[in-house]
Design a protein around this ligand. Structure first.
Ligand code: Z5A
Length: 210
């Protein structure tokens, strides 16, 4: 059996239910006696969390998509080297609330940054590291927004609906071309969503036992 841990990521637009289902996913891993580490992007280390704060704060100047892209990859480089790579190397599993698919969807498709720049940074910072499995929680942005309507919105969340429609198209395009990405209809009841997540995770756990 390989010593390398599995790397699982959760993706989706705001309000799709990532935080809620991250708790459910971690419970499944705990029940299966998997040693795992839970983290998030941007963030996951003190320095990367400080970059997250800058990214999500509101500013009296426009922040260019390329600037955002460089910030998320700076945070990612720190996160990968400090936490993700060492843990996977010693066999621990890592579960991250968002990773690079978000950079393709938000900075690439929605902000309009050339996807080749995203690809180049991905190769530079990640080298051959990719998630083993990504759960993409897909729902109409209207549905997601209505679920978080009572929250105070950060700079990204204050974007218009058209921005989140583009984010969704960006994710769907990636999900269509990547076998590691499992699209789950997040507009269903939480119970249905979690049944789907459990099926995908059971398959992953079964592969591990082969
Ligand atoms: N970002 C980026 O631009 N580039 C990058 O490379 C990366 C990130 C990595 C922070 O992400 C921002 O960073 C994000 C993209 C950018 N900005 N935006 N917008 P985040 O993940 O921390 O923030 P978020 O997307 O805004 O997450 P969120 O608002 O916390 O949404 P969520 O985690 O998907 O939702 P939730 O908190 O689990 O659920 C919301 C509510 O809905 C809650 O009351 C639940 O009980 C309810 N819920 C959940 N599922 C259901 C179902 N199925 N039915 C009914 N109700 C439900």
């Amino acid at each position: 059996m390989s010593l390398k841990g599995k790397f699982i990521t959760l993706e989706g637009s705001e309000g799709a239910g990532k935080s809620t289902n991250l708790v459910f996913l971690c419970d499944l891993l705990r029940q299966a006696n998997i040693d795992f580490y839970e983290t998030r992007e941007p963030g996951g280390t003190p320095f990367a969390e400080a970059l997250r704060d800058q990214l999500l704060s509101t500013w009296d100047e426009p922040v260019a998509g390329l600037t955002e892209l460089l910030v998320v990859f700076a945070a990612r480089n720190q996160h990968l080297n400090t936490e993700i790579r060492p843990r996977l190397a010693r066999g621990q599993w890592v579960v991250s609330d968002r990773f690079t698919d978000a950079s393709y969807a938000y900075q690439g498709t929605a902000r309009g940054v050339d996807l080749n720049y995203v690809r180049q940074l991905e190769q530079w910072v990640q080298r051959d590291l990719q998630p083993d499995l990504t759960l993409y929680l897909d729902c109409d942005p209207d549905v997601g927004r209505s679920r978080i309507a009572s929250r105070e919105l950060d700079r990204m969340e204050q974007e218009q609906l058209v921005f989140f429609q583009a984010v969704r198209q960006g994710y769907l395009a990636r999900a269509a071309s990547l076998s590691r990405m499992h699209t789950i209809d997040a507009s269903q009841s939480l119970d249905e969503v979690q049944k789907n997540i459990a099926l995908v995770i059971q398959r992953l756990l079964a592969e591990r036992d082969i």
